[in-house]
Design a binder for this molecule. Structure first.
Ligand SMILES: *Cc1c(COP(=O)(O)O)cnc(C)c1O
Ligand SMILES: [Zn+2]
Length: 406
C-alpha cells in the first residue's frame, strides 16, 4: 500500500506529542493524543529529484508541486483542475494604501469556485489510497461543495452537515453533486456533533478540517504558488481569512519546506490571520498570548467560512502566526463588506465576504503600523461572491443608502 505514496514522504507526525505514523496508516489523527497529524518529507531526497525548472512536467494545476505532496505516480486518481489560480496585481490599491506591491490570490477559479478544492482534492485522493468508500464532513459551505464534487467524480458516498443558515447555493450544489445533506441549527461546531451519529467513522472517513492529514497538504500549494508567482521571492506579508486555519498552517509548512530546499531565501512571509468581529477566537488568543484557543460564544458573521467558534488545530494556528512574526486582526462586518466591494472593483473579480475581510484587515494593519510602505503584500479572495448573494444584497443596499453606490 505504501507504494501509492511519495517515496520522500516519511510519514505523519503529531505536532503536539511527536508520535510518528507511517504513510499507509489508517490513523486519521494522533493515536496517542488525538491532535492533528502533519506530513513529514525527506527534503534532502526531494532536493535530489526535483527543482523549480522541472515543475512544468507536473502540469498547471496544484499537482505541479507533486514532489512535495503525499502521492506517487500514477496518482492522483482524481483531478478536477484544482489550483493554478492567478495572483492579480492591484497597483491602484497599493498606491492608495501605501504599500510597495499588492496582489490578490484569486481562488474563485477552483472546482466549485473556492480554495477548499485544494484540500478536498488531496483528502479525496487520500481516501481512495486508503481504500475508503465513503466520506463525511461538517461544513460552512465551500468545503462541503468541494467534498461533494470529488466524491461524485470518485464514486464515493458523501454525507455533509451544514448550519441551517448556510447560503442556499451551497446546499443546492452539494445535493446536485449527489451528497446527502443535513441542515443543523447552530454553527459548524453543532454540525460536527450531528455528523458523529449520522456518519460515524470508520465507515465514513471524516474529511473535516485537520481530522485527517491530507487536506493540509493540499493547502500547502497556496504557499507554493505564491512563491513561484513572485519569482521565488515571496511577499513580506500575507493576509489570510481564518476559520479552521488549514491555509494558514499549510502556507507556514510550505514556506518552511521551500526554504529548506533552497527554493526561497530569507524570512518567511508574516502570516496575518483576519477574522470578523462576530467570531474572532484566534484574534483573542493572540491578543491575550494564550496557548490554546477558547471557544467563541454566539459566533455570527456573513462570512460563513470564518464562522468557526473553536478551531481544532488551535496550537498549530498559533504557532504559524507566532513563528512567522505574524499577527491576528478582527474587522467589523461593515468593513468586511466594504472590503468585498472595493476588492471586487480593484481586481475585477467578484469577491466573497472572506476575501473582503483581508482587504479590511490590510487597511487596519496600515493604520496600526503593522505593515510598512516597504512591504509587498498578498490578499486572498478565497471563493466566488456568487455563492453569497445575501451578503452582496446587503452590501449593495448599504452603499446605495449612503449615496456612493454609482
Ligand atoms: C473555509 C473558508 C475560509 C477559511 O479557511 P480555513 O483554512 O478553514 O481557515 C475562508 N474563506 C472561505 C471562502 C472559506 O470557504
Ligand atoms: Zn499526539
Amino acid at each position: 500500500m505504501s507504494s501509492q505514496f511519495n517515496p520522500a514522504l516519511l510519514g505523519f507526525e503529531c505536532a503536539a506529542c511527536g508520535r510518528q505514523v507511517s504513510p499507509g496508516s489508517p490513523e486519521p489523527t494522533c493515536p496517542a493524543c488525538g491532535k492533528p497529524l502533519v506530513a513529514r518529507y525527506d527534503l534532502a531526497k526531494v532536493a535530489r529529484t526535483a527543482s523549480p525548472r522541472d515543475l512544468d512536467r507536473g502540469g498547471k494545476d496544484l499537482w505541479r508541486y507533486r514532489a512535495l505532496l503525499p502521492f506517487a505516480e500514477p496518482r492522483p486518481e482524481l483531478r478536477l483542475g484544482e489550483g493554478g489560480t492567478p495572483l492579480l496585481g492591484l497597483p491602484r490599491l497599493a498606491r492608495e494604501l501605501g504599500v510597495r506591491e499588492l496582489w490578490v490570490k484569486d481562488e474563485a477559479g477552483n472546482p466549485t469556485q473556492s480554495f477548499k478544492a485544494r484540500g478536498l482534492a488531496l483528502a479525496a485522493n487520500g481516501a481512495l489510497a486508503l481504500g475508503k468508500r465513503a466520506v463525511a464532513l461538517p461544513s460552512a459551505g465551500n468545503a462541503g461543495s468541494a467534498a461533494a464534487a470529488y466524491a461524485a467524480a470518485a464514486g464515493l458516498a458523501c454525507r455533509i452537515t451544514v448550519p441551517e443558515d448556510t447560503p442556499e447555493a451551497f446546499v443546492l450544489e452539494q445535493r446536485a453533486l449527489g451528497a446527502e445533506v443535513r441542515q443543523v441549527p447552530g454553527t459548524i461546531a453543532e454540525a460536527a456533533v450531528a455528523l458523529r451519529e449520522w456518519a460515524p467513522s470508520p465507515e465514513w472517513w471524516n474529511v473535516a478540517t485537520f481530522k485527517e492529514p491530507f487536506r493540509l497538504e493540499g493547502k500547502k500549494t497556496l504557499g507554493h504558488e505564491i512563491a513561484e508567482q513572485t519569482g521565488w521571492r515571496p511577499p513580506e506579508v500575507i493576509f489570510y481569512p481564518t476559520g479552521g486555519g488549514t491555509g494558514l498552517v499549510g502556507m507556514w509548512r510550505a514556506f518552511l519546506e521551500l526554504r529548506s530546499l533552497g527554493w526561497i531565501e530569507g524570512a518567511t512571509p508574516r502570516l496575518v490571520a483576519v477574522q470578523s468581529q462576530g467570531c474572532a477566537p484566534v484574534v483573542r488568543a493572540v491578543r491575550t498570548r494564550a496557548k490554546r484557543i477558547e471557544r467563541w460564544a454566539g459566533a455570527a458573521t456573513l462570512a460563513s467560512g470564518l464562522r468557526v467558534p473553536a478551531p481544532f488545530a488551535d496550537e498549530l494556528i498559533l504557532t504559524s502566526i507566532g513563528e512567522t512574526g505574524g499577527a491576528a486582526l478582527e474587522v467589523s462586518e461593515e468593513a468586511m463588506l466594504d472590503g468585498m466591494m472595493d476588492l471586487t472593483r480593484a481586481a475585477g473579480c467578484f469577491a466573497c465576504p472572506e476575501g473582503g475581510a483581508t482587504l479590511a484587515g490590510l487597511r487596519r494593519a496600515r493604520e496600526e503600523g503593522l505593515v510598512s510602505p516597504e512591504d509587498r503584500v498578498v490578499l486572498f479572495n478565497t471563493g466566488s461572491g456568487l455563492k453569497y448573494l445575501e451578503a452582496w444584497r446587503l452590501a449593495t443596499r448599504r452603499r446605495e443608502s449612503r449615496g456612493d453606490g454609482s
